[in-house]
Structure formats: C-alpha cells, structure tokens
Write a protein that binds this ligand. Structure first.
Ligand code: ATP
Ligand code: SKM
Ligand code: MG
Length: 170
C-alpha cells in the first residue's frame, strides 16, 4: 500500500488545509503524521518538544512516517521536519511527493507567533529563514513537484497539485 500523494513543506504552508481538500476531491482519506504522533502519545507536539526534546520527537516522527507510508492509501501530510531524516528521504523516493512552498512573509502571516509551533516561537522571521536555508534542498530533492502557494487560495493550490501530478478526480 502506498499513499495517493504525499505533501511536504514548512510549518503553516497549508499541508493540512490543502491535504483535506485533495482527499475530498480524490475521494480518499486524509492522514497527517503530526496527528498520528499526538494520538499515539496523548500529548501535543509542543509538549513532546519541551518534555522530551527534539531528538525524541524526530524518532517518533521517523516511525510514524514509515508506518503511514506503509499503511495509508489516501493523502498523507508529513510534519515540516520529516525530510530531515535520511531514511525517510530514501522511503520518499518511491512516492508522489509534492513540496508546498511559500515565502517568508506568507509564512509569518500563516503561522503567527503561536507557541503551538515551538520552532517558530521566538523571532519567527529569522527562525523561518534559517530553517528554510537548512531544509529547502531537502524539500526539493524529495519532491516530484514543487507547488508555490503564495497568493493562491487553498482550492487553487489543490488544483495545482492535481495538475502537477497529472492526477484525475474520480
Ligand atoms: N493557500 C492558503 N492561503 C491562505 N491561507 C492559507 C492557505 N493554506 C492554508 N492557509 C492558512 O494557513 C494556516 C496554516 O495552514 P495549515 O494548518 O493547513 O498548514 P500546515 O502546513 O498543515 O501547518 P503545520 O506544519 O503546522 O501542520 C491556517 O490558518 C490556514 O487556514
Ligand atoms: O518543521 C518542523 O520541524 C516541525 C513541523 C511541525 O509539522 C511539527 O512536526 C513540529 O512542530 C516540527
Ligand atoms: Mg498541518
């Protein structure tokens, strides 16, 4: 079993919003590895970061992604940092992965200053730029298609994803 498509990209780019729309349009289920981790742990992502540290979260995430790729046949959204893991990147090589991208101003608008996103809690513009410098090439190398989301509605982004992968609705 393999997902119909996999969405990657930074925090707040719209993976959950667009992923749900795509799942509805394709008539399949939607799954999100952050949600899988929260459900299994019974704690928020931010609590796992604070209580156990980022490496512990990354270990949970690696396993959650492996499981989801093996058991989910709908639309799958990955946590923003999932592509940091080399084994996860190797698994993604066989998947229809779409990287949803945006610029920094759009990122600040969409994520705000919320403590729910621990990696952006302090000085979000600077944090976001640094994260993207470290990760942009990983998003790009794992993706079959890159879909910019700036200035597009979630519906327009979903349409662009279907076009990029040449997926047809049922
Ligand atoms: N194309 C869009 N245009 C404007 N706002 C959007 C768009 N897509 C998503 N949003 C808004 O941006 C915010 C973040 O979206 P969403 O939660 O879907 O992102 P995400 O990539 O799943 O984030 P996370 O990595 O934290 O799970 C939400 O408030 C959502 O309504
Ligand atoms: O970009 C990241 O490293 C993260 C993104 C979110 O989806 C969560 O997985 C968590 O907040 C870490
Ligand atoms: Mg999400």
């Amino acid at each position: 079993m393999s997902p119909r498509l996999v969405l990657t990209g930074p925090m707040g780019v719209g993976k959950s919003t667009v992923g749900q729309l795509l799942a509805d349009r394709l008539g399949v289920g939607y799954r999100d590895t952050d949600d899988d981790i929260v459900a299994a742990e019974g704690r928020a992502v931010s609590d796992i970061f604070v209580e156990d540290g980022e490496p512990a979260f990354r270990a949970l995430e690696k396993e959650a992604v492996r499981q989801a790729l093996a058991t989910h046949d709908g639309v799958l959204a990955l946590g923003g940092g999932a592509v940091l893991d080399p084994d996860t990147r190797a698994l993604l090589a066989g998947e229809r992965v779409v990287y949803l991208s945006m610029d920094v101003e759009e990122a600040v608008r969409r994520t705000g200053l919320g403590a729910a996103r621990p990696l952006l809690a302090v000085n979000p513009r600077k944090q976001w730029r640094e994260l993207m410098e470290a990760r942009r090439h990983l998003y790009e190398e794992t993706a079959k298609a890159v879909v910019p989301t700036d200035g597009r509605t979630p519906e327009e982004v979903a349409e662009a994803v279907l076009d990029a992968l040449e997926l047809k609705e049922p």
